[in-house]
Design a protein. Structure first.
Lengths: 109, 113
C-alpha cells in the first residue's frame, strides 16, 4: 500500500466549479506539501503546511494531523488550473519526502 | 522563480552508453536532490546531497551515481544506460533537509533506446 494516497486520480470539471483533491498518508510527518505540475512543464510548490489551513488566492489547503488527511481546494476553477496536483509528505522516519502519484485535473471552459 | 537549470533538457541515447545530467543552482541552497518521474509512480528519490562532497542514496539509486564538487552543481551519472532508465529526471533544491520547501528544475527527458 502506498504511504501517500491521493483521490481522485483524475478529475474533470466545468469552469467555475469548486474543486477538492484529497490526500491521505500513513506515516508520521513533519510537514505536507502540495505541488502543481502543468502539462510538459516543471513542478511548482503551492503550499507547505504542518497544521490548520493556508490560503493563496483561489487555492486553499487544509490538514488534519489526527486523521492523517489533507485537502486542496480550488474555488471558481478556471481552465488554467488544469494540471497535475501532487501531494507529498516529509516523513518523520527518515527526513525523506514521499510523493503521491498525483491527481490530474482538467477544467473545461 | 528559484534559479535552477538542468542540462540537457532532452537526450536520446543508446543502451550501454554513459550519460551525465547536470543540475545548476544560483540560490546557494545546501540540499540538492535528483528524482525520476514515471507514469504510475510518484516522484522517486534517486540520490541527494547535503553539502559539497556529501551525498546519500535514495530509494531508486541502483545504476546511478552522483557527484557534487561545488555548491551550485549536482551531477547525475548513468554509468551504462538501460531502457528502464528512460524517464523524466527532476532536480530539486532546498535550504535545509526535512520540512523545507523544495524548488524544482524544469526536468530532463531521457530516452534510452
Amino acid at each position: 500500500k502506498n504511504e501517500v494516497e491521493q483521490s481522485p486520480q483524475n478529475l474533470t470539471a466545468q469552469e467555475g466549479e469548486f474543486i477538492t483533491i484529497n490526500c491521505s498518508y500513513s506515516v508520521g510527518i513533519s510537514a505536507l506539501h502540495w505541488l502543481q505540475q502543468h502539462p510538459g512543464g516543471g513542478i511548482v510548490s503551492l503550499f507547505m503546511l504542518s497544521s490548520g489551513k493556508k490560503k493563496h488566492g483561489r487555492l486553499i489547503a487544509t490538514i488534519n494531523i489526527q486523521e492523517k488527511h489533507s485537502s486542496l481546494h480550488i474555488t471558481a476553477s478556471h481552465p488554467r488550473d488544469s494540471a497535475v496536483y501532487i501531494c507529498a509528505v516529509d516523513s518523520n522516519r527518515d527526513d525523506k519526502i514521499i510523493f503521491g502519484k498525483g491527481t490530474r485535473l482538467h477544467i473545461l471552459p | 522563480d528559484a534559479g535552477i537549470t538542468q542540462s540537457p533538457r532532452h537526450k536520446v541515447t543508446e543502451t550501454g552508453t554513459p550519460v551525465t545530467l547536470r543540475c545548476h543552482q544560483t540560490e546557494n541552497h545546501r540540499y540538492m536532490y535528483w528524482y525520476r518521474q514515471d507514469p504510475g509512480h510518484g516522484l522517486r528519490l534517486i540520490h541527494y546531497s547535503y553539502g559539497v562532497k556529501d551525498t546519500d542514496k535514495g530509494e531508486v539509486s541502483d545504476g546511478y551515481s552522483v557527484s557534487r564538487s561545488k555548491t551550485e552543481d549536482f551531477l547525475l551519472t548513468l554509468e551504462s544506460a538501460t531502457s528502464s532508465q528512460t524517464s523524466v529526471y527532476f532536480c530539486a533544491i532546498s535550504e535545509q533537509g526535512g520540512p523545507y520547501e523544495q524548488y524544482f528544475g524544469p526536468g530532463t527527458r531521457l530516452t534510452v533506446t
